[in-house]
Design a protein around this ligand. Structure first.
Ligand code: SF4
Ligand code: SF4
Length: 387
């Protein structure tokens, strides 16, 4: 295993591969029922492979991830040799005293008296404003003085401009966590965000490095781009090497569900060094990304200019799910669409075709028609009807 450091936290060596506790093995396909015996083996294989950064969050596995993480760390007496990261569920925070309430609950779940890396979870414009309004930063600094958290950061899901606002809005950020992979270099914070944070000495943790596992199962035309290099690597290895090559990246989180995955990913993390990709390999990444994008039905860049929609339709998120479902032939995306958007009233079926979004789209997308297409495709996929 290789180790890197956060620019503002030079005394801590972090494994370049971190264990995400959000995709642990489960019983009967139910996300909230962690298969504790299998998950324990995943954990042990990871720490024996040199992983020392463990990332969980309040809502993972239906709220059971933190509890399992605390239990398994305590059982194997690993607390002192691991860095534990978890996140403040800012969407649940209603008033200033809730910051403490949730941290106390998390410390109890995690069976520890401190969290090493504490993040404000899934920050966006709205949550940033809430954080400021409810004094979250002052509270976090106090919690750090008290030793209950050691380092303050945030994870991020919004546009690059919002990322810059958050980075510039607080000098005390020690680290941040962004989504990045070779397909999403211009999505959300993207590569620009990685460099922006690094220039300000904010260490960057990567999530969704394999896009939720999609980049582990490449369409044939994308796989062919990598095969042409003559390198015999799995799709997973190609995905990780893209990220390990960047010296600005401190650690790449991976939600590993099996012992075999942990061993293989640790091997890649051991071998990959920063700045070793050849020009030919870099071209292969660009070509593979292009091949995947060519399969996507909507050329949406997720810029968000079409928002807000008066009906709160989650336009770009829906196109993202639709594109992923088609490009990677992932019917599982449909369930997420139904649960997170249709059931919440922000699905494509909430569009009333007012047309307010149409002139705002720089890609000239016929948003109304494509929303209908997306809804039809995803709802059919949900019922297994491919027609
Ligand atoms: S056309 Fe549909 S998606 Fe666009 S702004 Fe109107 S309701 Fe929202
Ligand atoms: S404006 Fe167009 S490209 Fe941008 S998020 Fe909306 S649909 Fe996508």
């Amino acid at each position: 295993m290789q180790y890197r450091g956060f620019p503002k936290i030079p005394n801590k060596s972090i494994s370049v591969l971190g264990l995400g506790m959000m995709r642990l093995p489960v019983v009967g396909g139910e996300g909230s029922k962690i298969d504790e015996d299998a998950a324990e083996q995943v954990f042990l294989t990871a720490v024996e492979g040199g992983i020392n950064y463990i990332d969980t969050a309040y809502p993972y596995h239906g709220g059971h991830s933190e509890g399992f993480t605390g239990k398994v760390i305590q059982k194997h007496k690993r607390r002192d040799s691991l860095y534990l990261a978890t996140k403040s569920p800012i969407w649940l925070v209603q008033e200033a005293r809730d910051w403490d309430r949730y941290l106390n609950e998390q410390l109890e779940r995690l069976r520890t008296d401190h969290v090493d890396f504490y993040l404000f979870h899934a920050m966006n414009q709205e949550r940033w404003e809430k954080l400021l309004r409810l004094g979250g930063l002052e509270w976090a600094e106090r919690a750090r003085r008290e030793g209950r958290i050691r380092h303050i950061g945030f994870s991020f899901h919004d546009r690059y401009e919002v990322f810059k606002t958050i980075v510039d809005g607080y000098e005390g950020w020690e680290f941040c966590q962004i989504q990045l992979n070779y397909l999403d270099t211009e999505y959300q914070a993207g590569l620009a965000g990685l460099h922006y944070a690094a220039q300000r000495n904010i260490g960057v943790i990567i999530m969704e490095g394999l896009r939720g596992g999609a980049l582990a199962r490449l369409p044939a035309e994308a796989a062919a781009c990598f095969e042409r290099t003559g390198q015999s690597r799995s799709a997973v290895e190609w995905g990780f090497r893209f990220l390990f090559d960047m010296p600005e990246v401190v650690t790449v989180l991976s939600g590993m569900g099996t012992v075999e995955q942990v061993k293989e990913n640790c091997r890649v993390a051991e071998e990959a060094r920063p700045l070793i990709l050849s020009e030919e390999e870099k071209k292969a990444y660009a070509a593979a990304a292009q091949a995947i994008r060519a399969r996507m039905p909507v050329p949406c860049t997720s810029c968000g200019y079409c928002r807000p929609c008066p009906q709160n339709v989650a336009i770009n998120e829906i196109f993202g799910i639709y594109n992923s479902a088609v490009a990677f032939e992932q019917p599982g995306e449909a369930l997420w669409y139904k649960k997170a958007y249709v059931d919440a009233g922000t699905g494509a079926d909430a569009c009333v075709a007012c047309g307010a979004c149409l002139p705002k789209c720089p890609q000239g997308i016929d948003i109304i028609t494509q929303l209908q297409n997306a809804h039809q495709y995803l709802m059919k996929a949900l019922t297994g009807d491919k027609g």
